[in-house]
Design a protein. Sequence first.
Length: 186
Amino acid sequence: MGFHQRWVGSAAVLAALALAGITVGRRVSAAEALDDLGVQLRLIEMVPAKGPAGASKIGIAKVEVLVQAFRATSDVQLRILHADGSEWRVKGRPIESSRPAWTGPSGEPLEPRDEGQAVPARGAIRTTIVVPLDGAAIHEIVVAVTGLVGGDPIATEAVVRASWGVPDNEPLDDGAYANFSVTEAK
């Protein structure tokens, strides 16, 4: 038997073993955490805030927050920040985000434990936060998440863009059409 035949035979055996390992191995769920601590944000809606004189330039963004953990994580805390790292404030005071109403992945309400809100190993929790938008702009809302894993601190963050009162200039591409601007070079 020549080298080429042995190589092809070995490759076929390795491919069969790899395929068997894929079908026999543990399935990876789409809901399983990919990082030690992960956060995903989704802008649900933006509505105008109504003041004493009617509608104003202030809006409210509702953002869904999904926190996933690979290992059991306790004392989960949220902070809402600007892109520069400063706290998101309303009339000089930071937004209260320390006690949101958490639910499990299927929507069942969760009660905080003695060690604060917890995420089970390879699990997820979600909440919806309300963020005031002051003035017409593209607001970048950063949600920082911290927790404890075995007593050690762990942190992550994510950002969502809320375009309030101005056109969103972020390019969108669905595979067939794109909405980015082209500037002619002269």
